[in-house]
Design a binder for this molecule. Sequence first.
Ligand SMILES: [Zn+2]
Length: 290
Amino acid sequence: MDYLIKGLALDNNIRVYIANTTDTINELKKRHDLWPGALSVLGKTLTITSIMGGMLKENHRVSVAIKTNGQVGNVYADAYFDGRIRGYLQNPHVNFINHQDNTLDDRFSLGSEGIIQVIKDLNLKAMFTSQVPLTYFDLAKDFAYYFNTSEQTPSAVSVGVLVGEDNSAIASGGFVIQLMPQTPEYIIDFLEDRINELPPMSKLLNTHQNLEDILTTIFGSNYQIIEKLPLKFTCSCSKERFANGIVSLGKEEITQIIEEQGDIETVCHYCREKYYFNKDELLDLLNKSK
Ligand SMILES: [Zn+2]
């Protein structure tokens, strides 16, 4: 089962978040027919978004949109404070693999221009929104840049997806390591060396039993777990929500749908769940609309 660990390490001088999203991305592969290039981008985005969800306080939610001119188009992911996650991208049929070291090169999928947009619902009147341009076309580096600039928190990010011969994910996951305001210089130096020595995330995930083992590889015994949070693919869509959406189209448009199509089938972008409305149901919604 997918989960997220929140912890402290190196004598409580740094925060560490580490997550695996293998089951979730394989569930999304089934629902969206993700090809390997798309699976890689969405798996990494989901991992970072789930970690950002783990940074939130109760009842808060974060939505990430990566808008690109690349093969995958736009990429979307949501995470709640309690580990509920979901995501999709515009074009699931992207199939670039760099066969040399069996890793996926996301630059083909992400294109040459784009932005990362982060929207946080913190139960305030207004949403917290921030964005950075895609600069590296490498999600780990681009999100590190986001944390460093938009959230002013010096951060190291590592994410990876390992795809098997059947094109499903063998492993998907990653970590975000953040400095505290008073982190001493010698800890920063140690951490930089340590991170530079580490193998790619996909390899770490593939050669370790679990996330705790990876933390041990990185920090030895100098870490402590604050919380372990199960991650679960959940979509908030329902027939009622789609009904409300239809009502909000207005009388004119609903009348047109009834006259031209008679009935309709709506599809949720996030989970591909389908909701069917027959003519009677549409007439009922027409009555409720303005
Ligand atoms: Zn849905």
